[in-house]
Design a protein around this ligand. Structure first.
Ligand code: HEM
Ligand code: HEM
Length: 287
């Protein structure tokens, strides 16, 4: 009974998430093409006018993002292989890839959190969502939906970016937790990570540690798809909304110095300060 239910849940999840992913990717393609009659495509890709930036990201967040990205690709690919073992014989290497990448990604995540709060260039404030960010939400959504031509600019990251990054963080912590709870080897003083993390509460609730583990696997698998879907949107927006700073962020092409200087001068002239946090609520970034 339980095995049948679980098998059904897995197959339903495969179908629903795959359709959701295709729908998301199609929405991004549509969004790109709507930019043509709306003039955004011409402005960015032909006239080469991209949003202004008055700073660049330092080296370490860029490095950590690279490591993170490489691990996420390895984790999604090896994880999906574990779910759909298409080529017999790859199972053991794929599991090892998952184990190595999960160790690196978790260390990298804790490093990033430490950096955000304790490094010399600590940047947690860039991700904090305040009242002014929330007020700008409608305007940002209208801009992305092509219902308005100006994007509210209240901080370096707009509110949707901030929320996405916080969702990434939450999902990462949850994925780490559920992933570790899939380990059944008795490596912790005779207990397995599964028993330590979920055995005593979920296992007790469901009556069996193995059943708890099976449901934890369902959650881990669902989050796998959430990552794939959100990353598809993040990837599209990084390239199509802000190509120049994205190339800089990946270390491919430095964001030009003169544009940084111009953006600083513009912010100073408009707000009498250094832009970013001093900009008045909903000051518009001209389209
Ligand atoms: C963050 C740290 C992570 C840990 C500790 C972790 C751990 C694990 C473990 C132990 C397994 C079971 C492997 C086996 O059966 O031998 C697994 C399976 C899996 N992982 Fe992860 N993982 C992590 C991140 C991720 C990420 C980021 C993704 C996707 C983007 C992912 C996708 C998957 C998938 C799809 C499976 C197969 C689930 C199934 O059998 O239905 N994992 N993970
Ligand atoms: C698929 C390719 C990806 C591209 C092209 C990309 C692009 C970018 C860019 C350009 C930024 C910096 C924005 C700025 O500073 O203006 C950024 C930041 C960020 N990205 Fe990605 N990204 C990708 C994958 C991912 C993945 C897989 C995740 C997480 C699962 C992720 C999480 C983040 C986070 C948390 C930030 C915030 C800034 C930071 O970490 O320092 N990205 N991304």
């Amino acid at each position: 009974m339980f095995a049948i239910l679980l098998a059904k849940v897995n197959v339903w999840m495969d179908a629903i998430f795959f359709i959701l992913w295709i729908a998301t990717a199609s929405a991004m393609v549509l969004h790109f093409f709507v930019g043509m009659p709306k003039g955004r495509f011409r402005k960015k890709w032909i006239e080469w006018k991209w949003p202004d930036h008055d700073h660049r990201a330092p080296f370490l967040p860029k490095l950590m993002h690279w490591v993170h990205l490489a691990c996420m690709i390895a984790l999604a690919a090896s994880g999906l292989y574990i779910r759909f073992p298409t080529y017999a014989g790859w199972r053991t290497p794929m599991r090892y890839i998952h184990y190595v990448a999960m160790t690196i990604v978790l260390l990298n995540l804790f490093w990033r959190i430490w950096y955000a709060f304790f490094a010399k260039d600590r940047d947690w404030k860039k991700f904090a969502v305040g009242r002014r960010d929330m007020q700008s939400m409608g305007g940002v959504a209208m801009y992305y939906a092509y219902l308005s031509n100006s994007k509210p600019h209240v901080a370096e990251y707009n509110v949707m970016q901030k929320l996405t990054y916080l969702v990434f963080l939450g999902l990462m912590l949850l994925q780490g937790f559920t992933g570790l709870a899939l380990l059944t080897q008795p490596i912790l003083f005779g207990y397995s990570p599964r028993e330590v993390l979920v055995g005593w509460w979920l296992g007790a609730m469901l009556g069996d540690v193995a059943i708890a583990g099976a449901w934890i696997r369902v959650v881990h698998y669902a989050i796998n798809w959430l990552f794939i879907i959100i990353t598809t949107v993040h990837f599209y927006l990084a390239l199509n909304e802000d190509l120049l700073i994205s190339l800089d962020f990946f270390g491919f092409k430095r964001y030009p110095d003169h544009l940084i200087e111009e953006a600083k001068a513009k912010a100073h002239a408009e707000h009498g300060d250094h832009g970013e946090h001093g900009a008045p609520v909903l000051a518009a970034e001209a389209e």
